[in-house]
Design a binder for this molecule. Structure first.
Ligand SMILES: [Zn+2]
Ligand SMILES: [Zn+2]
Length: 127
C-alpha cells in the first residue's frame, strides 16, 4: 500500500459517517496537498472491491463511502440528504426471507424520510 492509500483508509476508519469522493479528497488534502481526484476515485474503487470499505448508493444522491463494515442499513432525508445508520433492524432478514422464493444472500435497505430539521423548515410541505 502506498502512503496515500494508507491515509485514505485511515480517514475512512477514523471518521464515522458517510463521505462523498469530493469530501474525502478535501480531507486527504489536509495532509497530501497535491492529491488528485483521479487517485481518490481509483483507490475508492480498489478498497470497495477488496471489501476494505463500503460504497453506499442511494437514489438521487452521490455515492457515499464509509469505513464501518458492520452490516447495517441506511435512512436518508430526501430534503437535506443526511444519511443515518440503521443499526437495529433485527428480524428484517427473516421477514424478507419469508417473502422471496429462494435463498436470501443479503439485504440493502434504504429508508427515505424527512428529518425533523427539514420538516420544521419546509413548513409541513411533506405532510
Ligand atoms: Zn433533512
Ligand atoms: Zn452507514
Amino acid at each position: 500500500m502506498s502512503v496515500i492509500q494508507d491515509s485514505m483508509l485511515a480517514i475512512l476508519r477514523e471518521n464515522p459517517g458517510h463521505f462523498t469522493a469530493e469530501q474525502l479528497l478535501a480531507m486527504l488534502r489536509r495532509t497530501h496537498h497535491r492529491a488528485s481526484p483521479a487517485t481518490v476515485y481509483r483507490n475508492l474503487d480498489i478498497f470497495t472491491r477488496e471489501g476494505k470499505i463500503r460504497r453506499v448508493a442511494l437514489a438521487d444522491s452521490p455515492k457515499f463511502f464509509e469505513g464501518n463494515l458492520t452490516p447495517h442499513d441506511h435512512a436518508v432525508c430526501l430534503h437535506c440528504g443526511q444519511v443515518t445508520d440503521l443499526i437495529a433492524l433485527k428480524g428484517l432478514s427473516e421477514l424478507v426471507a419469508g417473502n422471496i422464493q429462494g435463498e436470501l444472500i443479503s439485504t440493502d435497505l434504504t429508508v427515505n424520510y424527512i428529518c425533523n430539521d427539514c420538516a420544521g423548515k419546509t413548513g409541513g410541505e411533506y405532510h
